[in-house]
Design a protein around this ligand. Structure first.
Ligand SMILES: Cc1cc2nc3c(=O)[nH]c(=O)nc-3n(C[C@H](O)[C@H](O)[C@H](O)COP(=O)(O)OP(=O)(O)OC[C@H]3O[C@@H](n4cnc5c(N)ncnc54)[C@H](O)[C@@H]3O)c2cc1C
Length: 282
């Protein structure tokens, strides 16, 4: 299983090293695409690994500045120690935000499974007061997200809207894809009207068309929001949107701890699962 996943991983991640991510970003920038770089890793259970993640992010920030690539950073709080303690996580996050602030690089907090949502939003809102050049991801798959979006708009925080990559239980997550999509459109419209620097992060053409129609109808300028997509998904569409004059940012993950990320990408598309199963049976 790991062997096939490794083979498929080449599509979804830049490589295992920082220089691989920088190289991919350079190529994306040449195509008129922006990037956000993620150091792969999550669910860290000891301080040493959390500290290694911080060091890697600090080095990454230096490399973004010194190479001149157009890239922000994305990170997961369980990579910085959320499973260990909130205090440790906040201290680690602040180290990264401080450097990002000095170098003028935007930082986005990814959203993980629902057990971390409350802590992620609370910690984000706390640090956002000191580091306003930071944003957070919100999942339309969660029932609570409408209230969260309200809070984040009020705080003046930039939201990346995603559907959500995790299976969530009834009552916490919408169980039907249709409801996730309806909620996506509703949150997206609110964010585009009232939020700032909204990121419409999806590969779903229906969502992308809805965003285009809505922004045209409400005279929302193309500079005031951006589309975001994942590395290796809908490459032609990424370029087409950029050619049409939209800001498009690509999520570029790298690192040795790629397995959980790639599994999520494989689960999202049934053709990927067929591919893995077919190879296992061969
Ligand atoms: C920039 C960015 C950041 C993200 N950050 C987070 C986050 O912080 N937290 C979180 O929970 N989720 C995050 N996600 C993932 C997101 O929640 C979805 O799981 C993922 O984007 C698939 O949903 P979709 O909106 O593309 O719609 P879908 O309806 O799932 O997909 C639409 C179409 O896109 C294509 N597609 C989608 N996924 C794949 C794939 N893996 N491989 C090949 N083709 C595919 C298919 O053609 C599919 O029909 C992020 C996504 C993006 C684009």
């Amino acid at each position: 299983m790991r062997g096939f996943t490794e083979y498929l991983a080449h599509r979804y991640i830049a490589g295992t090293e920082r220089e691989h991510a920088v190289k991919v970003c350079r190529e994306l920038n040449k195509l008129g695409l922006l990037a956000t770089i993620d150091v792969l890793g999550e669910g860290v259970t000891d301080e040493e690994h959390a500290s290694e993640a911080v060091q890697e992010y600090l080095a990454l920030l230096d490399d973004i500045r010194s190479t001149g690539i157009e890239a922000s950073i994305s990170l997961k709080l369980t990579h910085l120690g959320l499973d260990i303690s909130r205090e440790l996580t906040e201290s680690n996050l602040r180290k990264i935000l401080k450097k990002a602030y000095v170098l003028n690089i935007f930082t986005r907090l990814d959203m993980e499974r629902s057990k971390y949502t409350e802590d992620t939003i609370n910690l984000f809102l706390k640090v956002h007061e000191d580091f306003p050049d930071s944003g957070i991801a919100i999942q339309s798959a969660l029932v609570r997200s409408s209230e969260d979006v309200k809070r984040l708009i009020k705080a003046g925080a930039g939201v990346r809207l995603v559907k959500g990559a995790y299976m969530e239980p009834p009552g916490i997550g919408f169980q039907e894809k249709k409801l996730v999509d309806v909620n996506y459109i509703s949150l997206m419209e609110r964010l585009l009207l009232e939020g700032k620097n909204t990121a419409v992060a999806t590969h779903d053409e229906a969502m992308i068309e809805a965003a285009k129609d809505f922004t045209q109808k409400h005279n929302i300028s193309r500079e005031s929001f951006e589309f975001q997509m994942l590395l290796g998904i809908k490459r032609r569409q990424q370029k087409t949107l950029a050619d049409e004059g939209y800001k498009v940012r690509i999520y570029v993950p790298y690192g040795k701890d790629w397995f959980a990320y790639v599994l999520r990408r494989l689960r999202e598309r049934k053709e990927n699962i067929y591919f893995v199963v077919r190879n296992l049976l061969d």
